[in-house]
Design a protein around this ligand. Structure first.
Ligand code: FES
Length: 123
């Protein structure tokens, strides 16, 4: 056998690939299937855990004044008194004031939010 256009030279023999010798026996399957099932369940649980920790749709305000394009509250310093505690987690039922709902939010999400506390220096 020769290649057209090249001098009449013999082709080298194709190398033969050695057999891998890999055979999947019933014993292998008895080990491999449970390992694969445990790995799949573990992957699912890790994925589920990581997804739960992240936001679902990246909104922070799920309930407060949703009919308004922007939620804004304004207070005069003179009206605050000696101390005011404002919500920053958007979970308070008394929004814009903190009602402690951030504690449950932090426990459920792993977050670390807390209120904004404004007070007079001598209070
Ligand atoms: S309830 Fe939201 S910061 Fe406390």
């Amino acid at each position: 056998m020769s290649t057209p256009g090249l001098p009449n030279m013999p082709m080298p023999p194709l190398p033969t690939l050695p057999s891998s010798g890999f055979k999947l026996s019933k014993e292998h399957l008895l080990v491999a299937v449970p390992v694969a099932v445990v790995a799949a369940i573990g992957g699912f649980l890790v994925s589920h855990y990581l997804n739960r920790r992240s936001c679902k749709n990246c909104m922070v305000n799920m309930t407060i004044s949703k009919d308004s394009p922007k939620v804004v509250h304004s207070f005069d310093m003179e009206d605050i008194g000696t101390k005011a505690v404002y919500c920053r987690c958007w979970k308070s039922k008394k929004f814009p004031y903190c009602d402690g709902a951030h504690t449950k939010h932090n426990e459920e999400t792993g977050d670390n939010v807390g209120p904004l506390i404004i007070k007079k220096k001598d209070a």
